[in-house]
Design a protein around this ligand. Sequence first.
Ligand SMILES: [Zn+2]
Length: 456
Amino acid sequence: MSRNHQQKKERILVRGAYLMTQDIELGNFVGDVLIAGGRIVAVGQDLTDDRARIVDGTGNAVLPGFIDTHRHNWQGALRNLGPAWTYQEYRSRVQIGLGQYFDPQDVHIGNLAADLMSLDSGVTTVRDESHISNSPEHSDAAIAAHWESGIRAVFDHGWPSTEAEQWQFGSARTHPDDIRRIRNEVLADDSARVTLNAMLRGPELSTPEVSEQDIRLARELGLRISMHVGLGDWGAEQQAIRQLDKTGLLASDMTFIHCCTSTDEELKMLAAHGATASVAGALEVFMPGLGQPATNRLLAAGVRPSLSVDTETIVSGDMFGVMRTTLAYQQLILAGAAGSMDRVPDLPTFDAADLISFATIEGARAAGIDDRTGSLTPGKEADLIMIRLDHHNLLPATDVAATIVAGGHAGNVDLVVVAGDVLKENGVLNGGDTVFEEAAASRDRMFHAAGLPLPA
Ligand SMILES: [Zn+2]
């Protein structure tokens, strides 16, 4: 895989599936989806089309592809290193420890590995939070991988992982100027499969002056903004959302990632300005240091959050695990297991159907691409997946949303279509055959450079 993915844009009629459209007017029903020219042409019952290839969806679920609104794709070849790490361990070992040794080709293979595992598990859009902008070539390599894999990607240009300590927690450095070149020369088209956003540090990770300057730069370039906030005690102290509200910078073009220790009042400010949120439910539960998932508190503030994986060094890169763990945390709190968080039972709760919408249409809204994807709505681009419900782990699929959330995994994902292009069919992912060797070689090279013992 060293060239751009060749789009075939087939004409396909999926018949007789249980459609979970995530379109409020269409709802869920047993029916058909016609795809042509890369778009969803029709959704309904008893559709016919003489030219389309027929895919039998009987007994299976068809839904929009999952949308991961926050993944550090560059770490794809460092997958599953530390499921028991704390935030400080992750930061010192990966961001500070290994990030400085990444060459552009390491970013390329990391991104490609992350994209392919995403596609395999039914993620059709990833928002790549790329804080590996060590040089313009690093960013170009990350973007190239997205073109090659066939995934829909929102590339969020971030800061370097060289001198990582200088770029976070009170940093006085402004956002790398290379974002102008990328905007003007590389990702100028906002309707393309790969688009550009700005991953900014904001008032929590940089000075107020830098934060304001960066935000103004992103808006001058016409870019949506993502920002990590509410990170542990530091986030509670800084109250980034409050600072942005006070300075008039808080707006609907912003997605706030984590929000674990953002106050309830800040979440209301976020809602009042029409901003969006990304809960990394699995990562926040697995990795001590950030705080707890803010899902229920966001709902109380009037925000339906999107969901995200974050770093595959700690949690699996599929949305099944994210949905399941996000729910597990709510249930743990309802069981009274959280001491000071015992007030959560008074807050609104969510169920499996909500989680599917968080992982699809709400993700599209957060990434600012809900005019194009996130639901099975005629006219939108054809990003959809089919999940087999007759597999042993899912049958008899009494409640489909509950079945997918409680028991689903990548192996149940039978069909994956992005912009009308079939990337996985009959449970087999197209391409990527050499990625395993390249990812292992990249990991070995970086471990060697960092003086770490090579894995057996
Ligand atoms: Zn993150």
